[in-house]
Design a protein around this ligand. Structure first.
Ligand SMILES: [Zn+2]
Ligand SMILES: [Zn+2]
Length: 381
């Protein structure tokens, strides 16, 4: 193939650059460097806005890491490959991975973890391999986000931070499996391993929470209690398997008491999908003694420390964290794509908005206003 024998050149293309925390993104011409050894350059096809993009964009804690290109839930087509890459070739359809899989480290070779020690969550806005950026504007480096940065027509990722998927899958729908939907399904199936007939409580009915509900329903949970403060979520929640919708802002007694009452002492599993550490405590209080398990999925916006009375653990409850639903991204995600193609899992119903790339700021507005589950941003053809 031509591009694998010739050296790829710098590409100049459009990217949505955040120049400062919370500042509207600006469409800029950026230079995207060729993929370095073991990296690939991708033409992004579709990228959906995830809550974590918004949280990181608003955060004052990382103002050093600007200007920056956000976006981490994406699909695309390989444009060129760097030295040493044998797994991909130009034309391959891929999903990007915000947490990668090197296949060799202690965690990648253990069946107990998906926390790769080499290509795990990148927090410095740089590439894993050389701690540099692959984007620049007139020589000025532009930082990455989660080593993905998909709000750009082209991006460079490590070959361990992308997974090859079926070329028949619609890229503008399955991009949701790159983060939110997979995180929810994995929390239900891999982390909690929900058994048939169980009771489940889910705090927060965004894309992640609804995906937990879908996972619980497919496992045959008997009761799926969904908790949210937005009454408009009720109808959609039912479509994803929620049997009881509770509006926590309207409950006259603490929500954990309601859940305990209707589940005879607490749910078998509870899931925190909001990103609120106080809610983790509530979720722990909502599950039962003996075997009750609380799984956390949300990324806390403030107050990262959790408080919980030791008695919860003394009485046999478990608190488990999860990143990307415990999936080993390269090994497991193609299976989820195939399940979608066989109509075994729902994704389309979570996409409330589709926007062209030039309207990317509108997606941020929709997410902040709470009017959106997932907005898919379609990149120029
Ligand atoms: Zn995400
Ligand atoms: Zn690894």
């Amino acid at each position: 193939m031509l591009s694998s024998i010739s050296t790829p050149a710098v590409i100049t293309c459009k990217a949505a650059v955040a120049w400062g925390a919370g500042e509207a993104l600006v469409m800029e011409e950026v230079e995207v460097s060729p993929p370095q050894p073991m990296e690939i350059r991708i033409k992004v096809v579709a990228t959906s806005l995830c809550r974590s993009d918004v949280t990181a964009w608003l955060s004052q804690a990382h103002i050093r890491i600007f200007p920056r290109i956000f976006g981490h839930e994406a699909s695309g087509i390989v444009e060129s490959v760097g030295q040493g890459v044998t797994e991909f070739e130009p034309g391959d359809h891929v999903l990007t991975l915000f947490t990668g899989e090197c296949m060799k480290c202690k965690h990648c070779t253990s069946n107990k973890s998906n926390m790769c020690q080499v290509l795990g969550l990148e927090r410095q806005g740089l590439m894993h391999s050389d701690h540099k950026t692959r984007f620049s504007i007139k020589g000025k480096p532009i930082f990455h986000y989660c080593a993905v940065s998909s709000f750009s027509e082209y991006t460079v990722v490590h070959s361990g931070c992308a997974v090859k998927i079926s070329s028949t899958a619609p890229l503008d729908r399955i991009c949701l499996l790159s983060c939110g939907v997979a995180a929810g399904l994995g929390a239900a199936w891999k982390v909690a391993d929900i058994s048939e007939g169980s009771t489940v409580a889910i705090f927060g009915l965004g894309t992640v929470g609804l995906s937990v509900a879908q996972g619980a329903k497919l496992r045959g949970a008997s009761r799926i209690i969904g908790i949210d403060i937005n009454p408009e979520k009720s109808e959609k929640a039912k479509a994803f398997g929620v049997t009881d919708f509770l509006n926590s802002s309207e409950c006259k007694e603490p929500i954990q008491q309601v859940i305990k009452r209707i589940t005879d002492g607490g749910a078998d599993y509870s899931f925190e999908c909001i990103g609120d550490t106080d809610m983790i405590t509530t979720a722990l209080q909502s599950c039962c003694d003996g075997w009750g398990m609380t799984v956390t999925l949300g990324v806390p916006k403030v107050k990262p420390v959790i408080t919980a009375h030791y008695a919860f653990f003394l009485t046999g409850r478990t608190l488990r964290g999860s990143l990307f639903g415990g999936w080993k991204p390269k090994s497991d995600i193609p299976t989820l794509v195939d399940m979608y193609l066989k109509k075994e899992i729902q994704i389309d119903e979570l996409i409330t908005h589709d926007l062209p790339f030039e309207d990317v700021n509108k997606a941020f507005d929709l997410m902040r206003e709470g009017n959106c589950l997932r907005c898919v941003i379609h990149m120029p053809k």
